[in-house]
Design a protein around this ligand. Structure first.
Ligand SMILES: *[C@@H]1O[C@H](CO)[C@@H](O)[C@H](O)[C@H]1NC(C)=O
Ligand SMILES: *[C@@H]1O[C@H](CO)[C@@H](O)[C@H](O)[C@H]1NC(C)=O
Ligand SMILES: *[C@@H]1O[C@H](CO)[C@@H](O)[C@H](O)[C@H]1NC(C)=O
Ligand SMILES: *[C@@H]1O[C@H](CO)[C@@H](O)[C@H](O)[C@H]1NC(C)=O
Ligand SMILES: *[C@@H]1O[C@H](CO)[C@@H](O)[C@H](O)[C@H]1NC(C)=O
Ligand SMILES: *[C@@H]1O[C@H](CO)[C@@H](O)[C@H](O)[C@H]1NC(C)=O
Ligand SMILES: *[C@@H]1O[C@H](CO)[C@@H](O)[C@H](O)[C@H]1NC(C)=O
Length: 808
């Protein structure tokens, strides 16, 4: 309470102080006949709410642009620019001015000589240049007629209530530090549809919405030619082509902006209060490698958790310009076209989007190779199995005239075959040198779940955070009764707002009373864990839910909300979906989808799983964990993978549960060997925990390995937490050791016969069991670096390969 008071006092002083300290030239208006000079740092227009400033901003050595930026909180460096007059022609740091001439023209002059930019306005009446509270810089007459405004010539950012029209477009910056015009554009196309376009040095293509789909299939309309899009300060975006979305933090925020970032992703950012930094509250692409042009020709983009987005050249190619990935890679040696002198290198799970010469249905790999060898213009091909007719997948061959828009991800169902000269020796260890892209770590770490756009007609539900109001009440020291009354009123108001459904996500806040009713006063217990008890409940909309009541919270409300907000955005078919939460007073509850068949542990002991199901459970669990580790934006470790936490739906598809809470860690924390919050269950825990080594995603890989062994053997290898006995523990480790030793002699039929669950009889596919066993034994290796990653595990399982990383 005292902290809150102190904080509020300090913060109010800080907010007020700039008003006292600089009474001088800080004005929001420039009158006719006067000018702003680059050399005078005082020459800045500040909006009357002091949120925006306009002036000369340094963009390079002795290079300035006239622009508008957010100046609250104040930013001595690296301000967030929202507009620039001369992004492509910076001016000199001496004698450059912005002048409002007597003629009524606003001109930007470089070094006192050249006019680099002007508004081309003229007026004999009294004019002034004014920076409005909305961030709009306007040239306005005495009568209030706007002659010119910065809102009608946006650069890469839209502000609330600033429309994007048929005449305006957003153009990304060249890079994070170079603000000149880049290659990505957001604009209304000739058919009235708002599109994101890559317009690079040599090539251009539509990157959003997916141009393989018709406009109406993605919920867009071509029939409204008014061509206007805008968003409000609450985060409600609407466009005349029927694109609508709500930011994930819909509601009052201090500041919002919609920016076409230099990486080609369109993101909405918001800032909750003046202390916090920008967070992404909506974006077009959650997988930033899918943005075309990221790595240029002949290169492949990958998302690597420890590094971020990376590019690498295809084998046999080298980077064209070492400072610029968008130019891609070129061949090391020029390839001959002769049929007999070329061969192929296979890159698994890799897509090259577009530039198909044609596509060929039901072509085998050999037919596809032959086809590509015969054609000189074929640079390689993507080969994948496409679902045809239940249960058939048939092979498709996509020979490519150019190798562009490459990305590699575990879930892509195909491989790339690159045509290379036969004589040359290429390392099989592709991807070779990964070079990190020029990505702001903070931004990429904050990505959000991808939206389903086409949900226009569903009612809308919003997330509401109303923590801060409580602090204000405390400041005024109003008696408890009063506080209680006000809080109650707020809860009621919040509940009234929750008649809406958040577009694309069904995540919401529940009241305690609602959940009490749903569980009939917490009657039916379906599970108990270290962190809380799980009850079965029926929500008002008749959905059956699993409601987890956390033990008395030792965690602050804000922390809880932050974590829940992260978990609520995670969306994968093999991860349990969280529908919402409740945080009221001491109560902390989480609402999940209900899983009909209970846990894997229960199913293993009741012997209900045949081989097919077991294999699918392993694959699904691996996919869920791989997503959690690698594709999911905030990098989340599970840290407690065990059969009790793998739940089965009505089709026995697995969903991993109990992840996230108090384990969403950022990379910095993970690298810290003193990471102290030990989590996990004895028997499934990797040796790193005991040896105080750095905790990485490989702890989950280890636990997963133990679970797979249990699935094969049909017995519980782990010691139950309660009756943990050191002898038992040692025996279990000996057993693991023995199995591991036997593996040195190879995973033989005999070994399989020996280990496999006797209850299965002979009704299993020995090849698949061998794959499972190989995976399990790789995963439980003592040395964490020799364990595969979860996405390698997925590859090993799907392709039944010895090692997911190696190509060919
Ligand atoms: C400004 O941003 C650049 C590029 O991200 C960074 O290198 C630099 O340290 C930042 N400067 C400050 C003062 O934060
Ligand atoms: C920004 O990029 C443009 C285009 O590549 C280049 O001409 C310009 O020199 C760059 N500016 C800076 C400050 O690096
Ligand atoms: C676009 O939205 C309008 C108003 O909501 C609706 O009448 C129209 O049917 C929509 N068009 C398409 C193509 O979805
Ligand atoms: C969002 O904006 C559109 C267009 O301005 C408006 O019709 C709609 O009612 C708004 N939605 C909400 C929930 O305010
Ligand atoms: C076209 O879009 C605008 C802006 O969203 C809207 O006001 C107008 O009603 C739409 N016209 C039709 C015919 O749907
Ligand atoms: C790479 O690009 C930079 C900037 O665009 C340029 O200055 C440099 O000369 C280029 N290097 C080569 C080897 O082409
Ligand atoms: C694919 O080709 C095989 C043999 O070439 C043939 O038996 C099969 O019917 C074909 N499938 C389809 C869907 O055309």
């Amino acid at each position: 309470m005292f902290d809150t008071i102190r904080f509020l006092l300090v913060s109010s002083l800080l907010i007020i102080s700039p008003l006292f300290s600089s009474p001088t030239s800080r004005d929001d208006t420039l009158s006719k006949g006067s000018s702003l000079a680059v050399k005078n740092p005082e020459h800045i227009l500040v909006s009357s709410n002091s949120v925006f400033s306009a002036g000369f901003y340094p963009v390079g050595e002795n290079a300035y642009c006239f622009g508008i930026w957010f100046s609250d909180p104040s930013c001595p460096h690296n301000c967030t620019l929202v507009w620039m007059a001369n992004r492509d022609i910076p001016v000199n740091g001496r004698r450059s001015t912005l002048s409002l001439l007597k003629s009524g023209n606003l001109v930007l002059t470089d070094a006192g000589k050249t006019v680099v930019w002007s508004t081309d306005t003229s007026s004999s009446s009294c004019l002034s240049l004014r920076l409005l509270n909305s961030g709009n810089l306007v040239l306005v007459t005495e009568e209030g007629v706007i002659m010119w405004q910065s809102f009608s010539s946006p650069t890469d950012t839209l502000l609330p209530s600033q429309p994007l029209t048929r005449d305006t477009r957003l153009v990304s910056s060249r890079s994070q530090s170079n603000f000149s015009s880049g290659f990505y554009k957001l604009t209304f196309d000739d058919d009235n549809v708002l599109r994101l376009i890559y317009d690079g040095p040599d090539l251009s293509s539509v990157i959003w919405p997916d141009h393989s789909l018709r406009s109406w299939q993605v919920g867009r309309s071509e029939y409204n030619s008014s061509r206007i899009a805008l968003f409000d300060s609450l985060g409600n975006f609407t466009s005349s082509d029927n694109l609508t979305f709500y930011s994930t933090d819909y509601g009052d925020r201090l500041q919002r902006r919609l920016t076409l970032d230099f990486d080609g992703n369109l993101r909405m950012y918001s800032r909750q209060d003046w202390r916090s930094s920008w967070v992404v509250s909506w974006q077009v692409f959650s997988h930033s490698c899918k943005i075309h042009g990221t790595c240029g020709p002949n290169a492949v983009c990958r998302y690597i958790p420890s590094i971020g987005r990376t590019c690498s050249c295809l084998p046999g190619f080298k980077m064209k310009n070492l400072t610029d990935w968008s130019l891609g890679c070129e061949p090391e040696i020029s390839a001959s076209c002769a049929e007999t002198e070329s061969t192929f290198l296979q890159l698994t799970r890799t897509e090259m989007y577009g530039y198909d010469i044609q596509f060929y249905l039901n072509y085998t790999l050999d037919m596809c190779k032959e086809l590509c060898l015969r054609r000189c213009d074929c640079k390689g091909f993507v080969f994948k199995y496409v679902f045809y007719n239940d249960p058939d997948y048939i092979p498709y061959c996509f020979p490519k005239s150019q190798l562009l828009n490459g990305f590699r991800e575990p879930s892509f169902p195909g491989d790339l075959y690159v045509k290379v000269p036969k004589a040359s020796e290429f390392s099989n260890n592709w991807p070779g040198d990964d070079i990190s892209l020029n990505c702001p770590a903070g931004v990429l770490a904050k990505l959000d779940r991808k939206y389903e756009i086409n949900q226009g007609n569903k009612p809308i539900k919003f997330l509401l955070w109303f923590v801060s109001a409580v602090g204000v009440i405390e400041l005024f020291g109003i008696v408890m009764v009063w506080m209680f009354m006000i809080r109650t009123r707020q809860s009621r108001a919040a509940a009234a707002n929750q008649g809406y459904v958040l577009a694309g996500t069904r995540f919401r806040q529940f009241t305690y009373a609602e959940l009490k009713k749903a569980t009939r006063n917490f009657r039916e217990v379906i599970g108990r864990g270290a962190s809380g008890t799980v009850y079965k409940g029926k929500l008002e909309d008749h959905r059956i839910a699993a409601i987890k009541r956390l033990n008395e919270a030792n965690e602050g409300e804000a922390e809880f909300l932050a974590e829940v907000n992260i978990i609520g955005k995670i969306n994968h078919m093999n991860l349990i979906e969280m529908w919402g939460y409740c945080a009221e007073g001491k109560h902390r509850l989480l609402v999940y989808e209900y899983m009909e068949h209970g846990s894997l542990a229960a199913n293993l002991s009741s012997k209900t799983l045949d081989w097919k199901k077991r294999y699918e459970i392993v694959v699904g669990t691996a996919k869920g964990l791989a997503y959690l580790h690698e594709e999911c934006l905030e990098w989340v470790l599970h840290c407690d993978v065990k059969p009790q936490n793998i739940l089965l739906d009505s089709n026995y598809q697995p969903k991993v549960s109990d992840f996230g809470l108090s384990t969403p860690l950022n990379r910095g924390e993970l690298d810290n060997p003193s990471f102290s919050r030990i989590r996990g269950t004895r028997g499934y825990m990797a040796p790193e925990w005991l040896h105080k080594q750095p905790i990485t995603s490989k702890v989950d890989v280890y636990s997963f390995g133990v679970v797979v062994l249990e699935i094969i053997m049909g017995k519980n290898l782990a010691v139950q937490a309660k009756n943990a006995d050191y002898r038992e523990e040692a025996e279990r480790r000996k057993l693991l050791e023995e199995i591991r030793d036997k593996k040195h002699a190879g995973v033989t039929d005999a070994l399989v016969e020996e280990l496999v669950d006797p209850d299965m009889g002979s009704d299993f596919d020995i090849k698949k069991v061998k794959t499972l066993l190989r995976v399990a034994l790789d995963c439980v290796k003592q040395e964490k670096d020799s364990r595969p990653t979860m996405s390698q595990v997925v590859e090993m399982l799907l392709y039944q390969k010895e090692d997911g990383l190696k190509t060919k």
